[in-house]
Design a protein around this ligand. Structure first.
Ligand SMILES: [Zn+2]
Length: 146
């Protein structure tokens, strides 16, 4: 099923910014799909990854529509260092405060029950953070192939 905005056979990137378009791009990023066509995956499927870097590496571009995922070297640094780190920090502070408020734990227990889930969250969310960053960047500043 092709996800296109109604009354449009064009790329969704050339349409004005609407709530429907924002929702469409967010859905595509949640499904780890190309922000332009919504069909091709952004990453190798888990069963085809051979190493840890394969898991985190985004494919170079969409084979269907030709959209290049990484615009320039270091394109995803902002996504990883600010968005992912910010989210993990925010969740960690909330988790730490909640654990401290509702449970009687030692400092070591607090650290353990806060840091272990944060490591898991930080690593598990990398793909979705990159996809979300790509979708939002494409939504705000769509680029056309030169
Ligand atoms: Zn595509």
């Amino acid at each position: 099923m092709t996800e296109q905005l109604p009354d449009s056979g064009r790329s969704a990137a050339s349409d004005p910014l609407t709530a429907q378009k924002i929702w469409l791009y967010l859905k595509r990023s949640a499904r780890l799909r190309c922000p332009v066509c919504g069909r091709s995956p952004l990453f190798l499927p888990a069963r085809r990854t051979e190493s840890i870097p394969d898991w985190f590496a985004m494919l170079p571009g969409c084979p269907r529509c030709g959209y290049r995922y990484e615009r320039e070297p270091g394109y995803f640094l902002f996504a990883l260092w600010l968005v992912n780190f910010g989210m993990v920090t925010f969740v960690g502070l909330g988790l730490l405060l909640a654990l401290d408020r509702f449970f009687t734990l030692s400092t070591a227990q607090l650290m353990f029950f806060t840091l272990v889930p944060l490591w898991v969250l930080g690593i598990a969310s990398v793909r979705h953070i990159k996809a979300f960053f790509l979708a939002v960047d494409h939504l705000i500043h769509p680029h056309e192939e030169e």
